[in-house]
Design a protein around this ligand. Structure first.
Ligand SMILES: Cc1ncc(COP(=O)(O)O)c(C=O)c1O
Length: 369
């Protein structure tokens, strides 16, 4: 008898819609017969400036030890993070990208009979991590594309163990101001873990940033997540972290894979954290790039959602069609219909000035086609 092996996995796993990553440059080159060097990828909110020389040197130095397992406790990186943020090392959990620490929260706190609250249009990993644990998703309709924190507080029920918040959010780029966010955290019962995902934190201007790490002392149910994939330019190495009360960090570390962060990533992140000048330049270049994209969108008569990250979310009408026309012109962006429920919008990552220009002229032509 033939068994459909897929049927053996729990139904909540089978019904997961797989994560759709940005199309790789090599794939588009194969599909369209284009040369890779003529393709611009602005689809995954990566840093177009690459990495700084100190980070590169640290990676090269770490290659010599690659035959050995990495430090499973990530001592040096944790020590550097503890110093930077004035937290105890027992409050830090390292991840293979911040996705990994988000998954650890789900593994540690969710399961059948439990629920998680998140906003419509929120980052795709929240539905994935929630569903993979067999937990119930409570999806709260967005307000002006962003988190409706009042409605989210009201949506928390007796089965809710986790609230996911991306601030700024991807793919909308919306941002909840610090006062409003902390007022929300105060309303959440202490038995509910609130994840504040700050993947784009380094792209916020200093006056807008919330001092969420200080909040950890007042709110032991908070988990703050950050990443080296964006402003630090290390998306390919996969390294991120969570800061939380030691008892939450402890349970997350229990579900963490023993060597989840590789040795090159540990060395690179430790060096990159120190290179404040590189992050400052990435921040400044991002502001200029956003301005360039907004000016271009204005010239084309398009609306956009006010951006707080390293990407702009534009309303272009039939977004899937425009996405395909852009692909033919060698420009990869991200359509956000489907799970994100924004079928009229495209998300474009801030690239170099030349990449932004190429995108804007391809967009102008694609809107005319
Ligand atoms: C809001 C948000 N959180 C987390 C991540 C995960 O990033 P990484 O796993 O590379 O740290 C992303 C990546 O795009 C993101 O947009």
């Amino acid at each position: 008898m033939h068994i459909d092996l897929c049927e053996l996995s729990p139904s909540y796993v089978r019904s997961i819609a797989p994560y759709q990553p940005g199309k790789p440059i090599s794939e588009l080159a194969r599909e369209m017969g284009l040369e890779e060097k003529n393709i611009v990828k602005l689809a995954s909110n990566e840093n177009p400036r690459g990495i700084g020389p100190r980070t590169r040197a640290a990676i090269e130095a770490a290659i010599g030890e690659i035959a050995r397992y990495p430090d499973g406790n990530g001592f040096e990186l944790k020590q550097a993070l503890a110093r930077r943020y004035g937290v105890d090392m027992s409050s830090i959990v390292l991840g293979n990208g911040s996705n990994d620490v988000l998954e650890m929260v789900a593994l540690a706190f969710l399961g059948p009979g439990r629920a998680a609250v998140y906003a419509q249009h929120a980052f795709a990993v929240y539905p994935l991590a929630t569903q993979a644990r067999g937990a119930r998703a409570i999806v709260v309709p967005a307000k002006d594309y962003g988190h409706d924190l009042d409605a989210m507080a009201k949506a928390i029920d007796a089965e809710t163990f986790v609230v996911w918040i991306a601030n700024p959010n991807n793919p909308t780029g919306t941002y909840a101001l610090p006062d409003v966010l902390e007022a929300f955290v105060r309303r959440v019962p202490e038995r509910v873990v609130v994840v504040i995902d700050e993947a784009y934190n380094e792209y916020l201007s200093a006056d807008l940033r919330a001092d969420v790490i200080k909040w950890l002392r007042r709110h032991p149910n908070l988990v703050v997540t950050r990443t080296f994939s964006k402003a630090y330019g290390l998306a390919g190495l996969r390294v991120g972290y969570a800061l939380a009360h030691p008892s939450i960090a402890d349970v997350m570390n229990r579900v963490r894979q023993p060597f989840n962060v590789n040795s090159l990533a540990l060395a690179a992140a430790t060096a990159a954290l120190d290179d404040m000048a590189f992050v400052a330049r990435s921040f400044a270049a991002n502001l200029e790039g956003l301005q360039q994209l907004e000016d271009g969108a204005r010239r084309l008569g398009l609306d956009w959602i006010p951006p707080y990250g390293n990407f702009l979310t534009l309303r272009v009408g039939k977004a899937n069609e425009i996405y395909r026309r852009l692909l033919k012109r060698g420009v990869i962006v991200r359509p956000i219909g489907g799970g994100y429920q924004l079928p009229e919008h495209l998300r474009v990552t801030v690239g170099t000035a030349a990449e932004n220009d190429k995108f804007l002229s391809a967009l102008a032509a694609s809107l005319r086609d």
